[in-house]
Ligand binder design. Structure first.
Ligand code: AMP
Length: 117
């Protein structure tokens, strides 16, 4: 069922403490931890505890949690001391999504002047 933990989901296992992660922030509904394969000096993932396949599905079902995800992403950037950063929501395998539990990447700590948009 949407929102329920999935036994085959790596991020659900991180939320449950079954897989280790470098956790930076934890609230009752949201978790922030360092990406295991960082693409920038600061590369943090912010995820909801509840399982939805992507951020849009989370936003449609639980908009308050989606809002907290964004607030926590901003708090991560503040904690990491970066003012300029990117928030990326890969959605669908064709867009590079590899873990189908909603998450936002917080990327920063280096110049990122090139952009597709
Ligand atoms: P995406 O490609 O948008 O689905 O992003 C998934 C991200 O999760 C990738 O950047 C991976 O490096 C990261 N990742 C996968 N497994 C772990 C893990 N066990 N701990 C931390 N990050 C992970």
């Amino acid at each position: 069922m949407a929102g329920e933990p999935q036994s085959d989901c790596v991020f659900c296992k991180i939320v449950a403490g079954e897989i280790p992660a470098t956790v930076l922030r934890r609230t009752e509904r949201v978790l922030a931890f360092r990406d295991i394969a960082p693409k920038a000096p600061v590369h943090v993932l912010v995820i909801p505890h509840v399982h939805y396949p992507n951020a849009a599905a989370l936003g449609a079902a639980e908009p308050e949690v989606a809002g907290e995800l964004l607030a926590e992403a901003g708090a991560v950037a503040r904690d990491e001391g970066i003012e300029d950063y990117r928030l990326i929501f890969n959605t669908g395998a064709g867009a590079g999504q590899t873990v189908f539990h909603a998450h936002v990447h917080v990327l920063g700590g280096m110049p990122m002047n090139e952009s597709m948009v």
